[in-house]
Design a binder for this molecule. Structure first.
Ligand SMILES: *Cc1c(COP(=O)(O)O)cnc(C)c1O
Length: 399
């Protein structure tokens, strides 16, 4: 997945252009910046690549989710459906606008189970937030149908699946808003950064203002601009955007490499008994950043994870035990260990989650293993990995 593996001459050159002009901020300083608007250029390129009317860059993927929610008018007392398997950023963004995260089961796609989503809807629900984990997507057709029936916002977190598609549309562009992260370990990186895409003029207008203290960005005198509504600072800087602009141009090059590496490992798994691959919804094309598969039970999955580690096959994740990505270790969320008091609505509406069990998720996640697909592997490394994978998974069947 990580674009940092291919950080090179072009990225350095682009960053140096910013350093040469000395304009590190994305707004203003028109005279000094010698015609370079890195954030603006990357936004144009992102909107084009994602076949969306608008793209807006911010300081992180978490900020993108936060700005998306705020711009859609989601706040106090509103419920947002998020999966049990995601990154903590999902519920952090929801909490940051004062809304209530409602955890919901994942299925064999490793993303939101549409059946569980239907059951989780209440009169307070405002948003369904599918998270396209580990390179592949949620069943967006079903989720969109549910969202349409109930008048809900479909907000795609495509931070881990940039470049994948569903029914011919780039991931992130199927719902009302899509979010990306360009942090250091994502498929393409700005160092730190994030972005949102949308076809809605209204959401875009609010997003670009909200993420910059409410600035309406009208005219050429920043100090004289109006503030039609409250905002915050989630701006990206020009240095980050300069690097991201180059990496975005290399996205398809990275995806090709990932696909080749992924396919070699996948061929090995397909030749083995008792291994089930993660389900990719019909009409979906992955971004190949991870290869996910299920063993027959939790013990076998644990033993294969251990075996791969011992054999020197790094980058294998057993998410079921993970602190940052799976609900079982989110005690801080379940106990609402906030540094400051939270609203009464949040505390009372959130109660049920503390003791809720997620058997549907545990069934799949307990058996799942996830291999990070790296860009830097050469032919020798690939052959070695294929050999180890075959040996260890075969041995794991007999546990
Ligand atoms: C990385 C990530 C985020 C947050 O992105 P940051 O840029 O690190 O804030 C959100 N959701 C998912 C699924 C991610 O993987």
């Amino acid at each position: 997945m990580p674009g940092f593996e291919r950080f090179g001459v072009a990225e350095r050159k682009s960053a140096n252009e910013v350093l040469d002009s000395g304009v590190l901020m994305r707004y203003g300083f028109d005279g000094m910046r010698q015609g370079r608007w890195m954030a603006r250029e990357m936004e144009n390129a992102l909107a084009k690549r994602m076949q969306s009317r608008h793209a807006h860059l911010v300081s992180s993927g978490t900020a993108a989710l936060t700005v998306a929610l705020a711009s859609a008018g989601v706040g106090a007392g509103d419920e947002v459906i998020v999966p049990t398997f995601t990154f903590v950023a999902s519920f952090e963004a929801v909490l940051s606008v004062g809304a209530i995260p409602v955890l919901c089961d994942v299925d064999d796609t490793l993303t939101l189970d549409p059946g569980a989503v239907r059951e989780a809807i209440t009169p307070k629900t405002r948003v369904i937030m599918p998270v396209h984990m580990c390179g592949s997507m949620a069943d967006l057709r079903s989720l969109k149908a549910i969202a349409d029936v109930h008048g809900l916002l479909l907000l795609e977190d495509a931070c881990q699946a940039i470049g994948g598609s569903y029914e011919g549309k780039p991931l992130g562009s199927y719902g009302h808003i899509g979010c990306f992260s360009f942090d250091y370990v994502k498929t393409i990186t700005c160092g730190e950064g994030g972005g949102l895409i949308t076809d809605s003029d209204e959401i875009y207008e609010k997003a670009q203002a909200f993420s910059d203290h409410g600035h309406d960005h009208i005219g050429s005198d920043r100090g004289a601009e109006g503030h039609p509504h409250l905002g915050y600072n989630y701006r990206i800087g020009e240095l980050n955007a300069a690097i991201g602009l180059v990496q975005l141009g290399r996205l398809d090059e990275f995806l090709d490499i990932q696909k080749t590496h992924y396919s070699r490992l996948r061929d090995v798994l397909e030749s083995l008994e008792g291994v089930q691959l993660r389900r990719v919804p019909e009409g979906g094309i992955e971004n190949y950043s991870f290869l996910n598969f299920f063993m027959q039970d939790e013990n076998k999955a644990r033993s294969v994870a251990k075996g791969l580690g011992k054999a020197g096959f790094d980058g294998v994740f057993y998410w079921y035990d993970n602190n940052w990505h799976y609900h079982r270790k989110w005690d801080h969320l379940k106990k609402l260990e906030s540094l400051s008091p939270l609203s009464e609505a949040l505390v009372s509406q959130f109660q049920a989650t503390r003791t809720q069990s997620f058997e549907g998720s545990d069934h799949w996640m307990g058996r799942n293993l996830s291999i990070l697909v790296k860009l830097s592997w050469d032919e020798k490394e690939l052959q070695k990995r294929c050999r180890i994978l075959k040996e260890v998974v075969s041995a794991g069947q007999d546990q």
